[in-house]
Structure formats: C-alpha cells, structure tokens
Design a protein around this ligand. Structure first.
Ligand SMILES: [Cu+2]
Length: 171
C-alpha cells in the first residue's frame, strides 16, 4: 500500500516531468493543437491511378498529466476513415481495425508506416502530391479538432527501417 505522502510525491514528480516536457515542446510550434495535445507531421502518400484507399500518419505529443485517446476520424476525402494497426501473424503483416488509439502521458503516440495509422477508405478523389487532405480528429478528452494532411509523393517513405510496406497490403 502506498501512503498518501508517497502518492503525492509521485504526482509531483509526474507534474514536474510534464512541465519540463511541455516547456521543451512549446519551444517548437505544433502544426495543430487539440486541447493539451500537439499534432505534428500529418501526411498521406499520393495515390496512384486505381487506388481506392490511403493511409494517414501523424505524431501526437501529450505534454499534459492526463492520458487521452483518439476515438474517430471523419474526412470529406473518403467515404469513411478507420483506425488501424499492423499485426504480424505467421510472419505476414496484416492490418487490423482498432476502436481507439491510446495517447499516454509523457510520450504520446506516433502513427507511422508499419504501425498505427488512419485508413481513408473509398477515396472521394485522388490524393494529389502537394494538396492537403482535410479531416476532423475526435479525442476522448481533447474533443474534435480540424486538421489537414500534406500529400507526399506516392513513393514517400520517412524511414526505410519501418519494415512493412503498407501500400502492398490488402484490405
Ligand atoms: Cu490500414
């Protein structure tokens, strides 16, 4: 059993870390903010002819002392948008829909190729390099925020070590 004193000490330590993290983050402006959350580097790949779905990625930084969750996404650029992760079964990488994406304190969440991503399904038009794709992200605590994703070249890969080639996966 923790005594009230040690609990308070833990809280103070956490608050201190959050403050230090917040201070270092506020030095660089976020692309978008949702409540306490900073949303950075939002991007999708340009689509190729015949492509019907596209994945969206971003970094979510949580400098606050409260965890949050990404619950849903809407976009005029797609019939619907799902939250996906990638799991490896029998050596094969497959995408799975998830109901939410946790955004823990002192870390946040990174949506990147090979892991969590937003899945734009049945695109209403092509993703053209240089355009932006609008969307509304809804968080459990931070609420709804309007954002836009930058369309990168269709061959863009931020890190060759990411492992799985999302574009090769089937839905
Ligand atoms: Cu997916």
């Amino acid at each position: 059993m923790q005594t009230p004193r040690s609990l308070n000490t833990t809280r103070l330590l956490l608050a201190g870390w959050a403050l230090a993290l917040g201070a270092s983050i506020s030095a660089q402006a976020a692309d978008f903010t949702a409540g306490a959350l900073n949303l950075n580097d939002l991007w999708v790949r340009g689509s190729v002819p015949g492509q019907t779905n596209g994945a969206g990625y971003l970094q979510i930084i949580n400098p606050s002392a409260a965890a949050d969750r990404l619950l849903s996404v809407q976009s005029d650029a797609a019939t619907r948008v799902e939250l996906h992760t990638v799991v490896t079964e029998d050596g094969v990488a497959k995408m799975r829909q998830v109901q939410s994406i946790d955004i823990p304190v002192l870390g946040g969440a990174k949506l990147a190729p090979g892991g969590f991503h937003l899945m734009f399904l049945q695109l209403t038009g092509p993703f053209k390099q240089g355009d932006t794709v609008p969307a509304v992200l809804t968080f459990e605590k931070a609420g709804a925020v309007r954002v836009s994703f930058t369309v990168k070249p269709s061959t863009y890969n931020p890190s060759s070590s990411a492992g799985h080639d999302h574009g090769a996966m089937k839905h």
